[in-house]
Design a protein around this ligand. Structure first.
Ligand SMILES: Nc1ncnc2c1ncn2[C@@H]1O[C@H](COP(=O)(O)OP(=O)(O)OP(=O)(O)O)[C@@H](O)[C@H]1O
Ligand SMILES: O=P(O)(O)OC[C@H]1O[C@H](OP(=O)(O)OP(=O)(O)O)[C@H](O)[C@@H]1O
Length: 303
């Protein structure tokens, strides 16, 4: 492969090659102006405008590569970092706000156990053998200690996908798998009885990256893109006597920008506000007499 010779001088940045996190990662790279052309079937792409090479890997392998220092930066789920037992081997730089889900113990709604202790000694199907093993070892030990009986081991059965089918097919009595909307779980006649961990996509770096300044540059760019998605810019006019109250409604990240108007009794205010609460923010501003309230999307920012 011709481009392998270019890799030693470049920061290696691992991105999920498919699955739930793939398209959000591509949007993030675009927002951060990390420009590349990926050849068909090739899992390495050189970035055109920065000394970076993107490496497209399964989400489940990225924490291992970053933890071992084979690549400098990566994006994967917190669940994958935990499953790879890489929490102490990587630096979590930033939560990215997508890929949010929970890793749950799930059992059949009809006739299933109601508490996790009832699964001791039974079979659990999962793709998360590491996390589930640790979790059920603790449950097994706790139950044995409470009953004063020898420890019974809960059996883990590895399945690589479509885990929810395992109970209906008679392979397991319960499962450990991810839940987001709950649709897949409900469709399979399951419900969750315990959340083992909550997860979202994160930017992770190796403990000793080969290009630390570039790691900071990329982290800064990605932080900016995330903040731009989270905030909008609001602009309004308000009577000076109501400015204090207005400032508590739109405090901004540091402080609102206040500009004088021709009419000395009025000021113009601008501020970054959280996008997911913006309708209420506008209601509150209107209620204290603000007018000409304008909202602007933020294309990119540095915070
Ligand atoms: N339903 C979901 N909602 C939100 N995030 C999810 C969901 N399912 C998985 N994730 C997140 O995405 C990561 C990758 O999951 P995904 O199922 O895409 O794995 P994969 O094995 O790489 O892909 P595939 O299932 O296509 O083989 C998970 O580790 C988790 O962090
Ligand atoms: O709560 P929900 O919104 O329904 O999402 C949960 C489902 O999403 C993931 O699977 P995915 O669809 O990625 O396929 P997989 O089973 O092949 O991993 C996860 O393993 C669950 O099955």
């Amino acid at each position: 492969m011709e481009l392998i010779k270019d890799l030693p001088d470049r920061l290696l940045f691992a991105v999920p090659k498919k699955g739930r996190l793939h398209s959000s990662c591509l949007s993030l790279l675009e927002g951060a102006e990390i420009q590349f052309h990926r050849k068909n079937r090739l899992d390495i792409a050189l970035v055109k405008n920065l000394p970076i090479a993107l490496v497209f890997l399964p989400a489940g392998d990225i924490a291992k590569f970053v933890g071992e220092g084979n690549v400098d930066l990566g994006i994967t789920g917190q669940d994958m970092v935990a499953e790879a037992r890489a929490e102490d081997k990587v630096t979590e730089i930033l939560e990215l706000g997508f890929g949010k889900c929970r890793l749950c113990v799930q059992v059949p709604v009809k006739g299933g156990p109601t508490k996790v202790e009832d699964l001791v000694g039974k079979r659990i199907a999962t793709s998360f053998e590491g996390i589930s093993g640790k979790f059920f070892n603790e449950v097994d030990a706790r139950v044995a200690a409470a009953n004063g009986t020898p420890e019974k081991k809960t059996e883990l059965v590895f399945v690589s996908g479509s885990v929810e089918a395992a109970c209906a097919l008679g392979l397991a009595d319960g499962i450990v798998d991810l839940v987001e909307s709950g649709e897949t779980m409900q469709a399979a006649g399951l419900h969750d009885i315990v959340t083992i961990l909550s997860s979202q996509a994160v930017l992770i770096a190796s403990k000793k990256p080969k290009h630390p300044e570039l790691v900071q540059t990329i982290a800064g760019r990605i932080k900016g893109v995330i903040a731009a998605q989270k905030y909008v810019y609001i602009n309004y006019n308000i009577e000076r006597k109501n400015l204090k109250e207005a400032s508590t409604i739109t405090p901004g990240r540091q402080a609102p920008t206040v500009s004088p108007l021709e009419n000395p009794e009025w000021v113009a205010v601008s501020s970054m506000v959280l996008k997911n609460n913006v309708a209420k923010t506008m209601d509150d501003l209107e209620a204290i007499g603000a007018c000409d309230i304008l909202l602007f999307a933020i294309q990119n920012c540095r915070v």
